[in-house]
Design a protein around this ligand. Structure first.
Ligand SMILES: Cc1ncc(COP(=O)(O)O)c(C=O)c1O
Length: 371
């Protein structure tokens, strides 16, 4: 068995080569590279797919977060409440907007933000709650929205990992004032470079975002807002348009693989899945005793694996607040978790090899523990 990587972009490209090559060629031949027809069409198609009125293509998921906060009028020193267990760029985006991130512990089994602790963190300076749909599972948006309504605080969703995930009847990205998506290559809908988008149903925010991503420019040479340069480019927009056609098939394949893992892997703890939603299985983290030993074992057996994430946000050097606060669930979680490959191109043979290899370790290690 040759090495099993964590993602397989070459195979993904081969299976969609014709469409993607045509998309790239269309842009090169058009001679138009920034804010053209492909961007406009991608924004329309992505908004339709998610189920919002508007979409604005931007340069990355990080800037989608920063721009969303700028659109709702965040000012320097305003506080934004988010989770202590996320990819650090969630925090980077908050800080880029000039806001102060405030973190909350996670539910110990799902790793999603612990909703019951959000209210404890609300102050007069809180301007937004930013739930992260981590690993592709949805946060409990009804409960979070209720808190937003009660305190008159806006909700911005971090959907970087949750393209195609549902919460009850709707997709993530439809619940907040704005929602930030990442199309970093490893994401379920991945570009061939950096790219991101913001979805919203709010016309005022939409119109402001169109300016904010383009130096604050409304009409050419007229700068109405203090904006930045954060545009999706035509090549990425065209590539994403062709890949968007396959997203549901690909997410469903991830769901099938997750189902197989859950029924075949022994002595492994899975992430608790809330019955209110359908994950897109961006990642498949498992919990196992002797995590570091297990990781070395998988590497030796040629199975790529990663830790999402090894360090709680409040323990990161670049995060200045809440250094001494105790986040029991996050701390425990970051020590136990390990992600195994779940990309749609995995063959049956590779899936079986992953299962057999893991079971060999997990059954043996539990025997050792029980002796
Ligand atoms: C949860 C989360 N938020 C934000 C981001 C930022 O996205 P990007 O890498 O496109 O800036 C990422 C991806 O890295 C992410 O996983």
């Amino acid at each position: 068995m040759s090495k099993i990587p964590f993602n397989n972009f070459k195979e993904e490209y081969s299976s969609q080569k014709k469409e993607i090559d045509q998309a790239v060629q269309r842009v090169l031949e058009s001679g138009w590279f920034i804010l053209g027809n492909e961007t406009k069409l991608f924004e329309e198609e992505f908004a339709k797919y998610i189920g919002t009125k508007y979409c604005v293509g931007v340069a990355s998921g990080t800037e989608a977060i920063a721009l969303s906060l700028m659109a709702i009028g965040i000012k320097a020193g305003d506080q934004v409440i988010t989770t202590n267990m996320t990819a650090f760029p969630t925090i980077t985006g908050i800080m880029q907007a000039g806001a102060v991130p405030v973190v909350v512990d996670i539910h110990e089994n799902s790793a999603l933000i612990k909703v019951s602790e959000i209210e404890n963190k609300i102050t007069a300076k809180t301007k937004a709650i930013l739930p992260v749909h981590i690993y592709g599972q949805s946060c409990d948006m009804d409960e979070i929205k209720q808190i937003g309504i009660k305190y008159n605080i806006e909700i911005i969703e971090d959907c970087a990992q949750s393209t195609g995930t549902t919460y009850k009847e709707n997709k993530t990205g439809t619940f907040g004032s704005c929602a930030a998506f990442s199309f970093y290559p490893t994401k379920n809908l991945g570009a061939y470079g950096d790219a991101g988008a913001i979805t919203t149903n709010n016309k005022d925010y939409y119109e402001k975002l169109l300016k904010l991503r383009n130096y604050g420019q409304g009409k050419r040479y007229y700068h109405d807002e203090k904006g930045i340069n954060s545009r999706i480019d035509e090549l990425q927009a065209a590539i994403l348009r062709s890949k968007l056609k396959f997203i549901d098939i690909r997410n469903n394949r991830r769901r099938e693989i997750a189902k197989i893992y859950k029924s075949e892997l022994k002595n492994i703890k899975f992430i608790y899945e809330n019955p209110y939603g359908k994950s897109n299985y961006h990642l498949f983290p498992i919990k196992i005793q002797d995590r570091n030993l297990f990781s070395d074992y998988l590497n030796k057996k040629g199975i790529a694996n990663l830790i999402h994430y090894p360090i709680p946000i409040n323990k990161q050097k670049a995060f200045v607040g809440q250094k001494t606060e105790k986040f029991t669930n996050t701390e425990k979680f970051t020590k136990e978790i390990l992600s195994i490959p779940i990309y749609p191109e995995l063959s049956e043979k590779e899936i079986n090899y992953i299962i057999e290899t893991i079971n060999e370790f997990s059954l043996k290690s539990s025997k050792i523990k029980s002796l």
